[in-house]
Design a protein around this ligand. Structure first.
Ligand code: HEM
Length: 584
């Protein structure tokens, strides 16, 4: 992977595999580990329905006919409202609602031990209602077969898809009192809902319990014969398909294939991406220059995606290297680079269930490098030391570019405050005070920001509001002096909770853009990931282009002569230590 690539691709990759939105909101927290929504809260009645089940059903309804502007399409159920709430803070300019619904479904299946469904993206949000008519349990077999046919599934695939869906969750009596009555004394059923099978996992239980006659699936054994839709569907070919699905491997692979097709049924003209894979080596998206504690600092964090079983991460150390941008060492042309040695691994806290189920982990190596503004930084790379065998991680030999240093973000001077509730969006406005630095010597024609944000009605009956705001920055001499930079500030009020912003500088007929900064929702400071690291000590070291590691200086080179100074310094230290030793 060549960094930086398509920002949409990178935003989606981050969202799917790190599970965080640009503002730091964690997406997978509620669904991880196949958990109940409120369990183990003893006051909760909601013990048979996992968040994963709700998310999967939501995706089915979205693809069957439901869409976000359609209040009618048969989307009965509390799980629907709860899922909408789980999702509403996450759409951004790069990630559509429809993609979030698909990502949610893939995560749901993975979090309960199901297959990893390849994730293509690029779904376009509907602007108007689709046809109503999600299948209802009291409809006959012919009606269901026809509905699945219209969606592109034959009658065998209908059996498979319903079994794949109904391996998770159950039927709520509150939503379907005619199917499930309130039986608080039944030890198998919770007080208000009846699960489709005996496990919360994405497994064959729904099939095997049906075949061996122990099933409690309410859509098979309901007192009300008209609502036994699963029984009619499962038995429609004399149980031939159900018998095949009883095999674990068949079940997992058929479910993966059919759920993928279900999620990929998009309107004509919408073209989905190639499946989004995790990128093995990535600079964190908050990589960049910032002013922190009055010092120009380069923040980055190497993110490695490696198999969980890979022992190479254990005890590994990573060093950060970079070339100057200005001066005699610019782009390392004099043979010198800068180095901060030895960050050790920080394992990501809450891995996305999709990544976890793919058998991989994310490991981070955070860096904070003090930067001399007169030299700045042009390209960076890493060296990873695994038991004395270093390898260079350098963007396929290109090294990682810092695209511009003309406009930078100043998080410690920026702040955000929640203003009064805004009834129009059923949420709260956030007013932000944003501070950026413009490199000294630049005479800006214009410094401004472009913010983009979405808001959604809690019931999604309306498509919500898209806020597109352009705000001018003005030079602000009252802020503390920053080395090498003049500070500019702006106030901006955004609706909704996950705005993204581009900070733009126009000067000398050139446009410099600092894109897609993480913006926190209502927090006092915008603290990007990777900032928890402490400033490292910078060394000047010889740089030799090409693959491999940074070698010792060649004899008689300018670099070696310069380094000679360091050797004298260490000699003096050695003598001094020896001398002190003698004194003692
Ligand atoms: C003829 C077709 C279908 C009918 C009549 C049907 C009917 C139902 C009903 C009545 C519920 C209970 C909802 C509630 O209590 O809120 C339910 C739950 C569920 N359905 Fe289906 N369904 C069908 C097909 C599917 C398909 C194809 C999938 C996915 C591939 C699916 C996934 C789910 C899931 C995951 C739940 C559990 C939701 C939860 O526990 O919150 N269903 N279904």
């Amino acid at each position: 992977y060549q960094w930086p690539g398509d920002p949409r691709h990178e935003a989606l990759e981050k969202f799917i595999y790190e599970g965080t939105a640009p503002n730091g909101n964690i997406f997978f927290g509620v669904v991880n580990q196949c958990r109940f929504r409120t369990f183990p809260d003893p006051s909760s009645n909601d013990k048979s329905t996992t968040v994963a089940a709700q998310w999967l059903r939501f995706a089915y309804h979205d693809s069957a006919t439901f869409n976000i502007t359609d209040g009618t399409g048969g989307n009965v159920g509390e799980g629907m409202t709860e899922t909408q709430n789980d999702y509403r803070h996450f759409p951004t300019k790069y990630i559509s609602n429809a993609d979030i619904i698909a990502i949610g479904a893939v995560a749901a299946v993975a979090s309960c031990g199901g297959p990893v469904i390849p994730l293509r993206t690029g779904r376009v949000d509907a602007k108007s209602a689709g046809n109503p008519g999600v299948p209802e349990p009291d409809q006959d077999l012919q009606t269901h077969t026809e509905k699945f046919r219209l969606q592109g599934f034959n009658s065998t695939e209908m059996i498979e898809l319903v079994a794949c869906g109904h391996t998770m969750g159950g039927v709520e009596s509150e939503d379907f009192p005619l199917i499930v009555d309130d039986r608080p004394t039944d030890p198998f059923m919770s007080s208000t809902s009846a699960p489709f099978d005996n496990t919360t996992a994405f497994d064959t239980s729904v099939v095997t319990e049906y075949l061996n006659g122990t099933t409690r699936n309410p859509l098979v054994i309901s007192r009300n014969i008209t609502t036994r839709s699963d029984l009619r569907i499962f038995s429609s070919d004399g149980n031939v398909t159900m018998n095949k699905l009883a095999d674990r491997n068949v079940f997992q692979s058929r479910c993966a294939a059919l759920l993928e097709r279900m999620l990929n049924s998009v309107p004509k003209g919408v073209e989905l991406s190639e499946p989004i894979e995790v990128i093995p080596e990535m600079p964190q998206s908050s990589t960049g220059l910032q002013i922190v504690n009055g010092t120009l600092s380069f923040f980055t964090s190497l993110r490695l995606a490696r198999p969980t079983s890979d022992p190479s991460i254990n005890g590994s150390h990573v060093s950060l290297y970079w070339c100057d941008r200005y001066g005699e060492d610019a782009d390392c042309k004099s043979g010198f680079s800068n180095r901060i040695k030895g960050s050790s691994a920080v394992v990501g806290l809450q891995p996305s269930p999709i990544l976890h189920r793919s058998g991989k982990n994310l490991t981070y190596y955070p860096f904070q490098a003090p930067i001399d503004p007169s030299r700045s930084i042009s390209r960076f790379w890493w060296e990873m030391d695994q038991n004395g065998a270093p390898t260079r991680i350098d963007n396929n030999g290109e090294r990682y570019p810092l695209l511009q240093d003309d406009i930078i973000y100043v998080p410690e001077q920026s702040s955000a405050t929640m203003s009064a509730p805004n009834p129009n969006i059923n949420g709260t406005d956030t007013t932000m005070f944003v501070v950026v630095g413009v490199r000294e010597g630049i005479q800006p024609n214009r410094v401004y920001l472009e913010a983009l944000d979405y808001t959604f009605e809690p019931d999604w009956k309306e498509p919500g509001t898209v806020t597109n705001i352009t705000t001018e920055f003005t030079k602000n001499a009252t802020l503390p002096i920053a080395p090498g930079y003049n500070l500019y500030s702006a106030h901006v009020t955004v609706l909704g909770s996950a705005p993204t912003m581009d900070y733009i500088l126009e000067a000398d007929g050139k446009k410099s853009i600092l894109p897609y900064m993480p913006v926190s929702n209502g927090a006092l400071l915008f603290i990007p990931t990777g900032m928890t690291s402490i400033p490292g000590t910078v060394e000047r070291v010889v740089y030799v282009p090409g693959n491999g590691t940074t070698p010792p200086p060649p004899p008689n080179s300018a670099a070696a002569r310069a380094l000679g100074g360091c050797q004298y310094a260490s000699l003096i230290v050695t003598i001094l230590v020896g001398f002190l030793g003698l004194l003692a």
